[in-house]
Design a protein around this ligand. Sequence first.
Ligand code: SF4
Length: 360
Amino acid sequence: MELLKWYQKEQRDLPWRRSRDPYHIWVSEIMLQQTRVDTVIPYFNRFVDRFPSLQELAAAPEDEVLKHWEGLGYYSRARNLQTAVREVVEKYGSQVPSGKKEISGLKGVGPYTAGAILSIAYNQPEPAVDGNVMRVLSRYFCLEDDIARPSTRISMEGLAQELIPAGEAADFNQALMELGAMVCTPKSPTCSECPVTAMCLGRQQGREKELPLKTKAKKARPVFRFAALVEGTGANAGKVLVRQRPDTGLLAKMWELPHIEVADADEWEIMSTGKAKLEEAALEDGVRLRVTEQVVGEAQHIFTHLVWNIRVLAATATEETYVADRTSYAWVGPEQFESYVWPNVFRKLLTEYFIHAINE
Ligand code: SF4
């Protein structure tokens, strides 16, 4: 079959393709969700180097797992992975289950990930249909179903399963994914180099660029925030006051600059509002801040459905007025910085601040 021949010749040498270890495949598939291959490679290598087995990942402190995920985003993926790995260690004798029902019951393992592990690691004829594969199938069969609809995914899974040649599930599924990633790309498919171009209905009908059909996702909602960059004095000189996020929810347990949300973009233009609200919110946590109206930084953090716009105001807090709950607030300097887990936006803001402070 042309596609398999092409894959055997052209496949990229990716670290998770060097073995059929289901644990490695699992980690790679979770990391690759919403994330580019080039970005994932160094993270994957560091992760399996530090947690080479399911047992080691299961036994690791959550903080350390998050530290190895820091910068990849979508941190619930890392938490769910560790929860699921613990279940595998306890319930399945540290063997990644090869049954569809068992593997699909693990936290964070959806139909795509289950199909990818079962087919790639265990060569089972299970489909693994992600956005890449849906694009290829839509074009190849000239399908007009809206790929944003769950029912389309289900019908494509049925179709993809029928296409798997006997005994070739691992390579066939990877070949489809690779074709979508390398040749049948979203904006400009290189049909002239495609191994299945002769049979592709979308190409024959000149519709390869208009397929697949997909209704637009809702636009991410912008929110507006003020953060305080609280510089320490006395014993805390050179350090910045940071706080830990709650145990659950968005970016759970990660560290950040204290910050608050204002009503809209108009309110975000009024520094005195940011100052007053930051001081008030900190006081509720037992921290007396003196926030200024001086803007020392701006940043944006983009989530799937949300965009945080953050404006940073300079602030101070003396040691005496700092009476916070010490488990959720901390003074952090450049030496302690790497022992904490940061969302990208705060890592960037603080790194810039420390570099600037050191160079001054
Ligand atoms: S011929 Fe073009 S549209 Fe069809 S599968 Fe190949 S790259 Fe995609």
